[in-house]
Ligand binder design. Structure first.
Ligand code: PMP
Length: 434
């Protein structure tokens, strides 16, 4: 064990997990590549959990932040006007598609979701929330309550009543064989039945859902499913909150917001991770009347500070002016197509999923076809040995998650695909030995 790892273990809580039997310390980065303290270089297909959205050392972001720092002002608080915050809010409100939108900035996705819940529950004078099984929405009490993955729940306290819907659990025998259309129908019917029999719809504030589940293993519901849910919710005035913390900003390639694959405009969207390209920023964009309706005075001391919003403006401008959504589609299709092809002769691959630069591979035991967390861990080591950083997730931890910077070049996409295929082939050989 390295000295730094031993010191980490001694002072950082045990539940803060690290990747690899020997975790690495990333000390520098440029473009889509990083270098560790030992001088090893890696192509980065996880980007600080989808957060270094443009990659590393991007001049436009660095210079915007440096310009702000040179003024001597890193923080003023929202007691004073913050030009970069107003500008960023205007841009996000504009591209959200939400009518008369306003934006509240936070420091994290968890706080963003808390704010969306407060807005929805206040507006509806309600105390019940709908969420999806296998979801992840954060680590505060409210967001833990709506997280449908017990492995990520620090507490079973629930400040509201949370009800978990079907729709992200297609592996169940009741659903496995259904067509997309029948699956959507069955899940929408289940929602309707819950509202008819289980809870009073007047008590329900909102459904919150990730358009593609992130921590849950890049679990992709069939296109249109969340739209079918919204149709039911609309009958009762229940609001829809899309958690775009992982799926926003064009990452899925086909749309700028993940929720657009479901043909709807939500009442609110939450975001965080990639917007600051590594600087801490999150927020909620929602109908102005919803955000205005939150009771009492409100402030986030650091939320939307001048440095984070300078980074946010520069990052968002870069995404839009370089059409990175299109790049996500082209490079994502290349990798996902390549993985699907490779998977045909690899028994350890249970499934290849994803959209754009958000793609996953499930690892299964070749003999039993059951999910195999140990093989996923083996794959993490095998890709690291070959110079590629990837992530892991899924309900039982058998899913490899990949989300490279949106600036990934086609050459880097091919290089990463080559490493993934090579590592999968090696792990497949090991696992298939009698
Ligand atoms: N929502 C989703 C979909 C997430 O993936 C995450 C973080 N993994 C969060 C919310 C919480 O964000 P944060 O860690 O910034 O609080």
């Amino acid at each position: 064990m390295s000295d730094l790892f031993a010191r980490h273990r001694a002072v950082i809580p045990n539940w803060v997990g690290t990747n690899y039997s020997e975790p690495i310390e990333i000390v520098s980065g440029k473009g889509c590549r990083v270098t560790d303290a030992q001088g090893n270089s890696y192509l980065d297909f996880f980007a600080g959990i989808l957060t270094n959205m443009l990659g590393y050392d991007v001049a436009e972001v660095r210079e915007a932040v440096e310009r702000q720092i040179a003024t001597g002002i890193y923080h003023t608080s929202t007691l004073y006007l913050i030009r970069s915050q107003v500008e960023l809010a205007e841009k996000i409100a504009g591209i959200s598609g939400i009518p008369d939108a306003k934006v509240f900035f936070t420091n994290s996705g968890s706080e963003a979701n808390e704010t969306a819940l407060a807005a929805a529950l206040t507006h509806r004078k309600a105390n019940q929330v709908l969420a999806m099984r296998n979801s992840y929405h954060g680590r505060t009490f409210g967001t833990v309550a709506i997280t449908g993955n017990a492995n990520w729940k620090a507490s079973s306290n629930d400040p509201f009543g949370t009800h978990y819907l079907h729709g992200t659990d297609r592996q169940l025998s009741a659903y496995r064989t259904l067509s997309d259309a029948d699956f959507i129908k069955a899940c929408a019917e289940d929602l309707r039945q819950l509202l008819a029999a289980g809870i009073n719809p007047a008590d329900v504030g909102a459904l919150i859902a990730e358009p593609i589940q992130g921590v849950g293993g890049f679990n992709v519901p069939p296109d249109g499913m969340l739209g079918a849910f919204k149709e039911v919710l609309d009958e009762y005035g229940i609001l829809f909150v899309a958690d775009e913390v992982q799926t926003g900003w064009g990452r899925t390639g086909e749309h700028f917001w993940g929720i657009s694959a479901h043909g709807i405009t939500p009442d609110a969207m939450t975001f965080a991770k990639g917007l600051g390209n590594g600087f801490a920023i999150g927020g909620v964009v929602a109908r102005g009347d919803l955000l205005d309706g939150i009771r009492g005075n409100g402030i986030s001391t650091f939320g939307g500070n001048p440095v984070a919003t300078a980074a946010g403006n520069a990052t968002l401008d870069y995404v839009l002016s370089h059409d990175l959504q299109r790049n996500a589609k082209v490079t994502g299709d290349l990798i996902i197509g390549g993985l699907r092809e490779a998977a045909q002769s690899l028994d350890v691959v249970g499934a290849v999923r994803g959209k754009g630069l958000m793609f996953a591979v499930d690892l299964v035991d070749p003999a039993t076809r059951q999910p195999s967390p140990p093989l996923a861990s083996r794959m993490l080591e095998a890709t690291k040995e070959r110079g590629l950083l990837i992530g892991k997730g899924g309900l039982v931890g058998h899913t490899l998650r990949m989300a490279p910077p949106l600036t990934l070049t086609e050459a880097e996409a091919k290089e990463g695909l080559g490493i993934l295929t090579d590592a999968l082939t090696a792990v497949n050989e090991e696992a298939s030995k009698p």
